[in-house]
Design a protein around this ligand. Structure first.
Ligand SMILES: C[S@@+](CC[C@H](N)C(=O)[O-])C[C@H]1O[C@@H](n2cnc3c(N)ncnc32)[C@H](O)[C@@H]1O
Length: 234
């Protein structure tokens, strides 16, 4: 694999070290929510999809076979697990590549959908990641994010601050959703949690670059809409 000198060590090192344990720990916690989000996108036949930070490929079996899916990740050890899944299932619609999400090697407007699950907090520059995502996503293309963001509840926000020194050591920043999306040309379609106690927020938005109506993120209500039904993943 080529060296990725420009990348900070913790970004992939932690996951390289964790890769053998990752599915054991996170499949039950992450996969149901990710699958539900992917299904909700109703990806049509022929669509091109990019997943950034695909990791071990917990998401892969949720993508429809009629789409062309590219998953990229920095850590070869994580990608090896994803490759193994793709090989085992014979998923020919899925291609996996080692790549830095902050320097995507794709042309502008290359994808109809971009997904980013539990990765925005892991890269050192979340705004740059957003910029790269919106560059490769075509105008009106759909972005889906699942991530933990700083709580809008004062008590839980204080708790986020308290545990931040620990999460930082794990290479995990607690981000403010508004700061991440500030200035991004996005038309918000959905912003919700699967249940009230969930640590994770789901955001689905349309790329409004070069579109006539630009929605500003400041128009989003301060508390997230809560989805009525809940899932076992929270
Ligand atoms: C918490 S894991 C999430 C994996 C997967 N999306 C999931 O939900 O199970 C974060 C992933 O982001 C990857 N990653 C970190 N920095 C990256 C970067 N700059 N470019 C691409 N992938 C990166 C890590 O290697 C790791 O696989």
């Amino acid at each position: 694999m080529p060296p990725f000198e420009s990348v900070q060590a913790h970004e992939s090192k932690l996951y390289a070290e964790l890769s053998y344990l990752y599915d054991v720990i996170f499949t039950r916690i992450f996969a149901p929510r990710i699958h539900r989000v992917i299904r909700s996108l109703q990806i049509p036949p022929g669509a091109r999809v990019l997943e950034v930070g695909v990791g071990t490929g917990l998401s892969l079996d949720a993508y429809p076979h009629h789409a062309e899916v590219i998953g990229i990740d920095l850590a070869p050890e994580m990608l090896d697990k994803a490759e193994e899944k793709a090989r085992r299932h014979g998923w020919r619609h899925i291609k996996l590549l080692q790549m830095d999400a902050l320097n995507l090697k794709f042309d502008n407007d290359s994808f109809d959908f971009v997904t980013a699950f539990h990765v925005i907090s892991v890269v050192p520059d979340a705004q740059r990641l957003m910029k790269e995502i919106l560059r490769v996503l075509r105008p009106h293309g759909t972005l889906a994010i699942v991530n933990h963001f700083r709580s809008t509840n004062r008590f839980f926000a204080a708790l986020d601050n308290l545990i931040e020194p620990i999460t930082l050591r794990l290479g995990w920043h607690t981000l403010d959703l508004r700061e991440v999306l500030h200035g991004a040309p996005l038309e918000l379609l959905e912003l919700y949690k699967t249940n009230r106690r969930s640590l994770f927020t789901i955001l689905v938005a349309r790329n409004a670059k070069e579109a006539r109506t630009r929605a500003s993120f400041s128009s989003v209500p301060s508390s997230y809409r809560e989805q009525r039904e809940s899932t076992p993943a929270s």
